[in-house]
Structure formats: structure tokens, C-alpha cells
Design a protein around this ligand. Structure first.
Ligand code: KIV
Length: 273
């Protein structure tokens, strides 16, 4: 292996081992953010997060769709390639879009295999626990690391009747356990009451990565656009914006417009002799 980028990244086993370090009171929790392009992935990676997710949230925050269903496998791969080229430190996981893993194990391996072959990313994520156990096992036996995603599963928004908190503790635990037993190396818990997420985190051997699942998960993931204050007007309760880029970007564009209009841009330092 001559590519130094590949050898310096956090590996899937290293990511899984962070479960043990997160368990103790002085343990360090896993941080994970989404990224969809080269520039942002580079910045997020330089910040030192342990995981970067090329999420199918791209369908909404990049492409402007109303949910995550429209984004295609080719589009995910196109963006994952950009992220894969940028990242030097974090583990990079790519969402399998709907329905790229619902048509049997063979098709799921073919599609996940394309993601790994074409993008330099290291793992895939799919939504489901018990219902996807066979597919997870098939992917893992093909050497494809899988992060599972249980609780609120946005690809099932129509079946779930909306983006609702998931409160069926035994079903959630069953799903997380089934994913771990099938070989998933980590599991996202989305929109789950904190007490249930805590109990699942104590009972499964793989890291739990929470989004709207309280402070006791082994790690946390958020959508980058939300963290940067670039989200839509509706902000879910679990989001914390660490910047207000919406205002910054609009102000910068407005100042540019004004300076073009009044002739102050370009100034002499921007001209060629
Ligand atoms: O697509 C995504 O961004 C996700 C996270 C919200 C976990 O699945």
C-alpha cells in the first residue's frame, strides 16, 4: 500500500474499539459529521472528528428534495468520491440509498461493492436492524463493513407516518442486537428517548452513534449543514448550530452585489497591469 492517506485513516476495527474507551467516565466519545463534497470534507477532517458520513441527507440538504428517497446510488457515489479524496484522518462511511440494498443480498453486495471500489470510502451504512440482518451478514461476509441505523429510519418515512421519536424499547433493542449479531461494526440510533438509548448502549457490544438519542450513546452524529446553521427553517430539537453561515453567506453575497453595483469591486489590487 503506497497511498499514505489510506494508512493514516481511522480503520473500522479502531472505530469499533472506541466503544470501550467511551464506556468509562473519562472515555472519549466518538464524533461524526456528514460531508458531501471535497472542500467541506477536508475542513471537517482537519477538525479531527473520528467519522465522516456521506449521508443520504444529501438528498434534502444538497439536492433540495423533501426527503431522502430520491437520491440515487450514482449520485451518492459521485459525492462519496469527492469526500473520499479529501479525507486523511476520519473513517468515511457512505449511506446506501433507498432501495439499493432491498433487492436481495446479491444486489446489495454489488451496490455496496461499487461504493467501496469507486470512492476510497471504507464502509457503508444502511437503515434497519432485524429486517436487514441477512443483508448485513451477506455484506460483512463479502468484506464490506456495515454501520446499521435503527430508530427513526428516514427512508421509511411513509411507513412510519412522519419523522417521529421511536419509543418501542424492545423493538429498538431487538434491532440493535440483530445488527450487531449480523456483524455491523456500529449502529446509529436516531430519535430515540435518552433512557432507551442508554440501555441499548449498555447492552450491545458495538458503538452506538446517537442523533436525537441523548448523551449516553458512545458517539454523536449530526448533519453538517445543521451544525453550520445552513439548515432549513425547521430545526429539530436535537440539532445544535455551532455557526450561523446562512447569515454569513447572505451578507457576503449582498456586500459583493453592492460593491459591484457601486463600482468599489474590483479595486486596483484586483486588476492586472
Ligand atoms: O443521512 C444522514 O445524514 C444520516 C444521519 C442523520 C445519521 O443518516
Amino acid at each position: 500500500m503506497t497511498d499514505s492517506k489510506k494508512t493514516r485513516r481511522i480503520t473500522v476495527p479502531q472505530f469499533s474499539e472506541m466503544k470501550a474507551s467511551a464506556a468509562g467516565s473519562s472515555g472519549r466519545k466518538i464524533s461524526m459529521l456528514t460531508a458531501y463534497d471535497y472542500a467541506m470534507a477536508q475542513l471537517v477532517d482537519e477538525a479531527g472528528v473520528e467519522g465522516i458520513l456521506v449521508g443520504d441527507s444529501m438528498s434534502m440538504v444538497v439536492q433540495g428534495h423533501e426527503n431522502t428517497l430520491p437520491v440515487t446510488l450514482d449520485e451518492m457515489i459521485y459525492h462519496a468520491e469527492m469526500v473520499g479524496r479529501a479525507v486523511n484522518h476520519a473513517l468515511v462511511v457512505v449511506d446506501m440509498p433507498f432501495p439499493s440494498y432491498h433487492l436481495g443480498a446479491h444486489k446489495a453486495i454489488e451496490n455496496a461493492g461499487r461504493i467501496l471500489k469507486e470512492t476510497r470510502c471504507q464502509a457503508v451504512k444502511l437503515e434497519g436492524g432485524a429486517a436487514q440482518a441477512e443483508t448485513i451478514a451477506a455484506l460483512v461476509s463479502a468484506g464490506i463493513p456495515v454501520m446499521a441505523h435503527v430508530g427513526l429510519r428516514p427512508q421509511s418515512v411513509h411507513q412510519l407516518g412522519g419523522y417521529r421519536v421511536q419509543r418501542d424499547e424492545s423493538a429498538l433493542l431487538h434491532d440493535a442486537r440483530a445488527a450487531a449479531e449480523a456483524g455491523a461494526f456500529a449502529v446509529v440510533l436516531e430519535c430515540v428517548p435518552s433512557s432507551i438509548a442508554k440501555s441499548i448502549t449498555e447492552k450491545v457490544p458495538i458503538p452506538t452513534i446517537g442523533i436525537g438519542a441523548g448523551p449516553d450513546c458512545d458517539g454523536q452524529v449530526l448533519v453538517l449543514n445543521d451544525v453550520l446553521g445552513l439548515g432549513s427553517d425547521y430545526v429539530p430539537r436535537f440539532v445544535k448550530a455551532y455557526a450561523d453561515l446562512k447569515t454569513e453567506v447572505t451578507n457576503a453575497a449582498r456586500r459583493f452585489r453592492d460593491e459591484v453595483r457601486d463600482g468599489t469591486f474590483p479595486a486596483s489590487e484586483h486588476e492586472y497591469e
